[in-house]
Design a protein around this ligand. Sequence first.
Ligand code: HEC
Ligand code: HEC
Ligand code: HEC
Ligand code: HEC
Length: 411
Amino acid sequence: MDSFLGKLGVTTLTLASPVVFLCISLTLLLLWPLESAFAQSVFSPTQNPVAGSRVFGLKGCTRCHAVNGVGGQVGPDLGRIPGPRSFYALAAAMWNHFPRMAAKMSELGIFHPYLNPRETGDLIAFLHTLNYFDPPGNLEIGQRLFAKKKCIVCHQLGGTGGVMGPNLDFLKQYGSPIFVAAAMWNHGPAMAEAMRVRGITRPTFKGSELIDLIAYLKSASPHPADEPLHLLPGQAEEGRRLFEVKRCRVCHSVGGKGGTVGPDLAERGLRRSLTEFAAAMWNKTPAMIQAMEARGISVPQLRPEEMADIVAYLYSVGYFAEPGDSRQGEKVVAGKGCLNCHSVAGKGGKAAPDLARVQDLGSPAAVISALWNHALFMEKLAKARGIAWPQFRPQEMADLVAYLQALGDRR
Ligand code: HEC
Ligand code: HEC
Ligand code: HEC
Ligand code: HEC
């Protein structure tokens, strides 16, 4: 379990307490019933990205796919595909790319991996979190940034630098990006004041700059740490609570619910990795403080775990971004040529089982798992009959799933 998450910058705090770790991660991603998607945020921790990372290894995905550079090179690096991607976007990607994957599998003598519903859910949760964790930063770039952003004017690090701000060597000890980000947020107002006094323009961070800077902060301290860096995935449920308690919702909405003073933090384009989120928050700190002062809201202090929880909450909101519509799904089934082979309640093709009689489609993950497990057979038959492999957009996949589940309910 360590290898993949380790590469992503996630490390288990103490493996002596794997149960605690699992419990924390369990709540990272959530599954709520399709009917109530968005209507209410009823979270139930049924998909586990940590377990998914194991499925990813056990089912041989690593033989062809790397994650941030580590693993096979046959297929695309799944840590580098643009994201974040929702459950249905990932399910559609696996489906759409299936024929080429299957061709590679037979070429390399790899057996088509069977995935049960639980494994499917966990696996997709894992793929979803790949963008949530940052790839490791670049030390040399970070070192240059420490000077370029003028941190060195005020801070000592590994024996050099100014003394107006605290020595930053201690960060090593806690060294996770989220810890540094939280420290920078909490000390933001005082730092801004120190910068104003010295006539230093307050720096902002683009792209991966903060990630690189943090990589340098961690490495430059005098004693190389033998410990891995600690970064726990946050708990989405707790993050949702904190979002209220810290009064973020007074000014920010999430998926349309909340204030409009600041931007909606869960809109597609705004969902980011932990450090990208921290950088956005840092960049907007002066404007935010101003908005808070105008409303008599005191600037909330955030412990690192609290910041991680809030990010996990915001990140999880888009996971089921496309609630399915079973009536649209009926059109998808007709339009994608499923009825060439399948019937529905007796009408349609005879080459494949009646879709109204498929068993065990109790969750979206179960439907995706049924599709995945039969894909190889379907693909061979489609080829033999000259039927093109149907491609799905994420919304179509969501609608299809809603329809197949509704068919099951009618039974
Ligand atoms: C035999 C090699 C092989 C194996 C094993 C394999 N894949 Fe793939 N995969 C590929 C190839 C090749 C592509 C690109 C296909 C294409 O370009 O259409 C791909 C594409 C994908 C994509 C789409 C990426 C994108 O760009 O959107 C996803 C997601 C994916 N694979 C997930 C998985 C998962 C999960 C597993 C394990 C259950 C797995 N793959 C096992 C070879 C493989
Ligand atoms: C003009 C001087 C100045 C500059 C430039 C400056 N800082 Fe600071 N920094 C301070 C001061 C003063 C504090 C302490 C604020 C307080 O007491 O709340 C501080 C606090 C911090 C802390 C919190 C330390 C703790 O005790 O938890 C971090 C982390 C930090 N700075 C990082 C940076 C980084 C990274 C940069 C460059 C992007 C930077 N600072 C640039 C003056 C500066
Ligand atoms: C009093 C209103 C207010 C409160 C309370 C508030 N914010 Fe903000 N926030 C803003 C404003 C205004 C901006 C946009 C500033 C700008 O665009 O210049 C912003 C921007 C942000 C951004 C950057 C968004 C982006 O994509 O650029 C993040 C992240 C953020 N806030 C997080 C939070 C969190 C987390 C909390 C709760 C701890 C919070 N905010 C509380 C007003 C607020
Ligand atoms: C070329 C013929 C063909 C086409 C087109 C086709 N299927 Fe299938 N499908 C099959 C066959 C054959 C099976 C049974 C395979 C097996 O038992 O392994 C199957 C199995 C399934 C199953 C699993 C049934 C079970 O009992 O678990 C589902 C769900 C399914 N297909 C959905 C679809 C959907 C949705 C489409 C349209 C996007 C589609 N199929 C298009 C041939 C096809």
